[in-house]
Design a protein around this ligand. Structure first.
Ligand code: MG
Length: 219
């Protein structure tokens, strides 16, 4: 049986919120705005779930910026990967999974340029078998199609089962359940009141990788 692990990217393999905060700090500083605007931007960001065009249209209006929203969005896409980091222990954990016989892929919603930029900048491209980015494929989590693309590229098939690891209760956890996968929820603390239908709940992806590695040893 092929062991397949599908990982979400933002706030699962990488700390997307920290990257956004760094971007906001640079933006605020570069535009001569008050430091309190960083917190405002972080709130507006909504953990990345506010569409970027909406976010940047609001930014343009609030700060009276010249130029087009499209250009702000293009600059954002180019810059945000520079602020993204993946801890070495996460990359090492993914490499260990593959050594142990797992196929590993990233399944992420987002713009192709920014998501691919993050995957490459962090070196994740070197420690996974494949990735599927919604912006490049025209299908988004929780739709089965994006999971299927990732699985196929990783040399596996959804029908053989596997694990989905992510921080979003609907896109990752419900999406993972719907394809018949076991799930591990990365509890980022932002989803109070929602019941994650997950097989395991952890606070960090390295714990999730540990669970997967012990699965192999336990069977
Ligand atoms: Mg996420």
């Amino acid at each position: 049986m092929t062991r397949l692990a599908l990982f979400d990217l933002d706030n699962t393999l990488i700390d997307r919120d920290a990257a956004f905060r760094s971007w906001a700090e640079e933006f605020v500083d570069g535009h001569g705005l008050g430091a309190e605007e960083v917190e405002r931007l972080v709130t507006l960001d909504g953990h990345g779930y506010l569409p970027r065009e909406t976010l940047l249209a609001q930014v343009k209006e609030d700060y009276g910026l010249d130029g087009r929203v499209e250009d702000l969005w293009a600059a954002y896409r180019r810059r945000i990967p520079d602020f993204v980091h993946c801890p070495p222990e996460v990359r090492d954990g993914l490499a260990r999974l593959r050594t142990a016989g797992w196929r590993v892929a990233i399944v992420t919603n987002g713009h192709a340029e920014s998501q691919l930029g993050k995957i490459r900048r962090t070196g994740l491209d070197e420690v996974v078998d494949a990735w599927a980015v919604s912006g490049a494929e025209g299908v988004r989590k929780p739709d089965r199609g994006l999971f299927e693309i990732a699985a196929t590229r990783a040399g596996a098939s959804l029908g053989a089962g596997g694990w989905m690891i992510g921080d979003h209760p609907v896109m990752d956890m419900a999406g993972g359940r719907a394809i018949g996968f076991a799930t591990i929820w990365i509890d980022r603390g932002g989803w109070t009141g929602q019941e994650p239908a997950s097989d395991h709940t952890v606070t960090d992806v390295t714990e999730a990788i540990g669970i997967l590695l012990s699965e192999v040893e336990g069977r």
